[in-house]
Design a protein around this ligand. Structure first.
Ligand SMILES: Cc1ncc(COP(=O)(O)O)c(C=O)c1O
Length: 422
């Protein structure tokens, strides 16, 4: 039996849980008017099963988290083992916790250049906050530069460097001293001057619609930052851990940032984020005053133990290389579908693929049909004409064939808009 067939025969059909569904809408704060509302009963590898036993192929990898697949056995075993020893014991940085130290050392070894010192957080946005604070304190400068179309998270600081005015407006005033430049525009980089503490950039913009810069852009940005003494912060929250076909996306362009932000896949499915930097930059957090940037749960031992196991699997199974090969082949196939169902263009790097539609109506129709066909996917947060595919890097050839069949049907079926989700 292929993995694709196995997915649809995992569990006997059950009654959908109407009470749970109703309570979800009543008590769990809704972040949109149209959540997927899939009732999750189990997730393993590339597959999520709902409460009726129906299998869905997860083409979002839990939104960029499950790079090695959901609930990998090595991660589960690491969590189990760590539970036997201790859970939370103390605030960040006070005690020597083996999983934290092990993961920090592995990250330092795996990261490009001399990003040797790691600060663990609970999430991506929190890591962005820490990176921005460290940059301001280290440089003694206040200005921050970000890019149009960027997404760095939804806390106040992270939102302040976000690149979509629609999402900033309801929460203003935000951080002062932030300016924004067009993404992928080398000429605009001249605006980065000696007042700038840091420039924050996603090597490939994810939520902004899977935007891949030209080859010159990031190296030029690196040069400009070095020339004016501004720190370069690379946000690898989505692009990290093999997603784009290299362990970190900066490596495609040989760029070493001063600080790198990671989250999502770093915890192997448990909540974890981190910012890594050069020793001199990160050293600024230890003094004047000490304890000025602390966290209770950042670098939780369970999350770090899971992270060590996940990174070991990722490297052992050469999943970044796999993502590069599989992604390139998939992109080639998807490009043959351009022109159908409003699909205007496809692009991607590794297993971060973007399908650009000619209108939000076409995007929505396509996503709805795919979901009805058993694929978990969605349009990107800040670009409602782009559907992103970012499956676990372990996705099998038969699963991609299955996804392609559903995608082709969704593009070819004309007529009704199919607005409602099943
Ligand atoms: C590039 C990028 N940075 C930061 C974040 C924020 O991470 P978190 O949701 O863990 O706060 C995200 C979340 O999607 C992201 O895509």
């Amino acid at each position: 039996m292929t993995r694709a067939e196995d997915m649809s025969h995992h569990a006997p059909a059950l009654e959908p849980d109407a009470t749970l569904r109703a309570a979800f809408f009543e008590h769990v704060c809704q972040t949109s008017r149209e959540p997927l509302a899939l009732v999750v009963s189990r997730a393993r590898g590339t597959t999520i099963w709902d409460d009726t036993g129906r299998a869905y192929l997860d083409l979002l990898a839990g939104m960029g988290v499950a790079n090695i697949g959901h609930a990998h056995p090595a991660v589960l075993e690491a969590i189990r083992a760590q539970c036997q020893d201790y859970l939370h014991v103390s605030v960040y940085g006070e005690m020597i916790q083996r999983p934290q130290v092990h993961l920090a050392a592995r990250l330092a070894r795996s990261a490009p250049g001399d990003l040797d010192v790691v600060y663990f957080t609970n999430s991506g946005a929190e890591a962005v906050e820490g990176a921005l604070k460290a940059a301001r304190k280290f440089t003694g400068r206040s200005q921050l530069v970000a890019f149009d179309g960027a997404f760095h998270g939804d806390t106040f600081g992270a939102l302040s460097v976000g690149g979509n005015p629609l999402y900033r407006a309801p929460f203003e005033p935000l951080l002062p001293g932030v300016s924004r430049l067009p993404f992928n525009d080398g000429a605009a980089l001249a605006a980065i001057d000696r007042d700038v503490a840091a420039v924050i950039v996603e090597p490939v913009q994810g939520e902004g619609g899977v935007r891949i810069p030209d080859d010159e852009f990031l190296p030029a940005l690196r040069r400009r930052c070095s020339a004016v003494g501004a720190l370069l912060i690379a946000d690898e929250v989505i692009t990290g851990f093999g997603r784009t076909g290299r362990l970190f996306a900066c490596e495609h362009w040989g760029v070493v940032p001063d600080i790198m932000v990671v989250a999502k896949a770093v915890g192997g499915g448990l909540p974890l984020g981190a910012f890594l930097g050069r020793r001199d930059v990160m050293g600024t957090l230890s003094h004047t005053p000490p304890l000025a940037h602390v966290t209770t749960f950042g670098g939780h031992p369970l999350s770090c133990a899971a992270g060590v196991a996940a990174l070991d699997v990722l490297l052992r199974d050469r999943l970044p290389e796999r993502a590069a090969e599989v992604g390139a082949r998939w992109l080639e196939h998807l490009s043959t579908l351009v022109g159908q169902g409003g699909l205007r263009a496809v692009r991607g790097l590794g297993l971060l693929l973007g399908l650009e539609f000619e209108s939000p109506v076409c995007t929505r129709r396509f996503a709805t049909r795919c979901f009805a066909g058993g694929l978990v996917l969605n349009w990107t947060l800040h670009r409602d004409t782009v559907v992103r595919l970012a499956p676990p890097l372990t996705i099998g050839a038969d699963e991609i064939a299955h996804a392609n069949a559903v995608i082709t049907r969704a593009l070819r079926a004309g007529g009704a808009t199919g607005e409602e989700r099943p």
